[in-house]
Design a protein around this ligand. Structure first.
Ligand SMILES: NC(=O)c1ccc[n+]([C@@H]2O[C@H](COP(=O)([O-])OP(=O)(O)OC[C@H]3O[C@@H](n4cnc5c(N)ncnc54)[C@H](OP(=O)(O)O)[C@@H]3O)[C@@H](O)[C@H]2O)c1
Length: 340
């Protein structure tokens, strides 16, 4: 099967890949358990469906996601566009994270990632978060050295503000910005997406089905006691039922469009990206092939204008912020979160 492709970035820094990538945080168990064998089978099924873009990070399971991917990629590395990230570190306590954009950290982490992935290059290497103590120019300078050394083909940023993106792009062309974007999380639109469109930078949308809310099978009962979503305000007990009602509204619109809700959520994103003039790849995560098939319906679907408008209205009604800490994401530092 051949999937539609997109070109992220431009000129010498362009990267052509599928418009749909696999979010490999899921094979580190971020949303529930999955063993290595099932992960490898799922990755094969993803490839069978034409998906050749894979997104991971050093922090996902502290190397678990990259290590499993390394086993999967053995002997077929060149078939895939592999993106990984550095710059988030565990801070001792469970769930606590901090940013590290120091050049020496970046140089150290790329070698560890390459080792786990069993490859001598990654196609796209992101700075996972800006480090408030290190100018973005310094971090990107270190990433640019990795390009010169051939360890990295192109550079990306994650959850950087439009201003940080512009400063970074002046040091070395940025190929892609990866941030959260979905029917429920639209704070990237006013500044970040506009900057990407203007500078010819591609956009990679993470959590495109709102961490499971925008699907046909979400229910409060899927949140296990230790589910990571419990730390996100959307999923707090005081917000969840309201947000689930909004998701039910999306489900009704999906049924009317004869699409699974997950497919509708992705089709909405492609329509928005096209309207903004930005090249988009989406990277949902799942542990199941059935869910993958539902997600993939979004790649070819075209939504009626009235469905898009109805979905446009939902984000402003969502209760709670998309992040546990506004400064951890671009919209918080741009004054767009919290909205109320
Ligand atoms: N740059 C960053 O800071 C950052 C942050 C978060 C994520 N990411 C990247 O983005 C990727 C995707 O984000 P995400 O995993 O947070 O969010 P997501 O893709 O919006 O949601 C994943 C959740 O949706 C469920 N799901 C997916 N399709 C479904 C379907 N058709 N029916 C029912 N449930 C479905 C999955 O459940 P099942 O597992 O049960 O299928 C999982 O619980 C990650 O894997 C990671 O690579 C990047």
């Amino acid at each position: 099967m051949t999937l539609r492709t997109v070109e992220l970035g431009s000129a010498d820094s362009a990267l052509t890949t599928t418009a749909f990538g696999y979010g490999a945080m899921s094979i580190a168990g971020a949303y529930g358990p999955i063993d290595e064998q099932d992960s490898l089978e799922l990755l094969h099924e993803t490839y069978d469906r034409g998906v050749t873009f894979i997104d991971t990070a050093n922090i996902y399971g502290l190397g678990v996601s990259e290590t499993i991917l390394g086993k999967f990629l053995a002997g077929q590395r060149h078939e895939f566009t592999v993106a990984t990230k550095c710059g988030i570190e565990p801070k001792g306590e469970a769930g606590k994270r901090g940013a590290n954009g120091r050049p020496e950290h970046i140089r150290e982490q790329i070698d560890l990632s390459l080792g786990r992935l069993g490859t001598d290059y990654v196609d796209l290497y992101y700075l996972h978060r800006p480090d408030p103590e290190i100018p973005v120019e310094e971090s990107v300078g270190a990433l640019a050295e990795l390009v010169e050394q051939g360890k990295v083909r192109t550079i990306g940023l994650s959850e950087h503000t439009a201003e940080e993106i512009r400063r970074a792009h002046a040091v070395h062309p940025i190929t892609a910005v990866q941030s959260e974007w979905s029917i429920f999380a639209r704070d990237v639109e006013p500044y970040v997406i506009s900057a990407c469109a203007e500078l010819g930078i591609g956009f990679v949308a993470y959590s495109p089905v709102a961490r499971g809310l925008l699907t046909d099978r979400f229910g409060a009962e899927v949140l296990a006691e230790k589910d990571t979503r419990r730390k996100f305000p959307w999923f707090f007990p005081e917000n969840l039922e309201h947000n689930h009602d909004l998701a039910r509204r999306a489900r009704e619109l999906a049924a009317a469009a004869e699409l699974p809700t997950a497919g509708l959520a992705l089709a909405w994103l492609y329509a928005k990206a096209s309207a903004f003039g930005v090249e988009l790849s989406v990277i949902p995560g799942t542990r199941y092939a059935q869910n993958l098939d539902e997600l993939l319906t979004g790649v070819q679907a075209e939504l009626p204008a009235e469905t898009i408008s109805a979905l446009d209205e939902l984000a402003d009604q969502v209760h709670g912020d998309r992040s546990f800490s506004p400064t951890w994401v671009s919209g918080g530092r741009e004054g767009l979160i919290p909205r109320s």
